[in-house]
Design a protein around this ligand. Sequence first.
Ligand SMILES: [Cu+2]
Length: 154
Amino acid sequence: MEKTFTLFAAFILCVSQAWSAEVAVPSADKPPVAEAGQVHIVTALGLKFSPLVIVIAPGDTVAWEKMSSHNTQALEGLVPEGVELWQSSMSENFQRTFTQEGIYIYICTPHIGAGMGGVIIVGKPVNLEAIKASTVKGAVKRIVKKAIQAAEAM
Ligand SMILES: [Cu+2]
């Protein structure tokens, strides 16, 4: 009886190892490839970016379009720590790929007075507390409020 059990156990072990080996080993002719990120379009419509708040995954790209007379500029303290700030050229469509998680707030340099700015949330809003602690005023503050609302609703 004990021998039968041992044989049975050995058989089960064998089968489970074969199964896990099959699952764990990637197939040789198809090496894993990083999934290409998606491209999300933000359009300048009048003096607004549409959509104003966009939620994307790390590795995704934002493409700003219809940027005639506009640009996009990230602001110190309103992006995740360590992220390189950007400022695109006036009137040029622009793309940026976002790899680092967090909330990014940007403005249109000449039109922020009219409220032209936007929010990108990449993955989890890990810098929400830093964004909340920001002391910006005026139109930027209104964009910051939109960012906080969106992040808290996630
Ligand atoms: Cu503008």
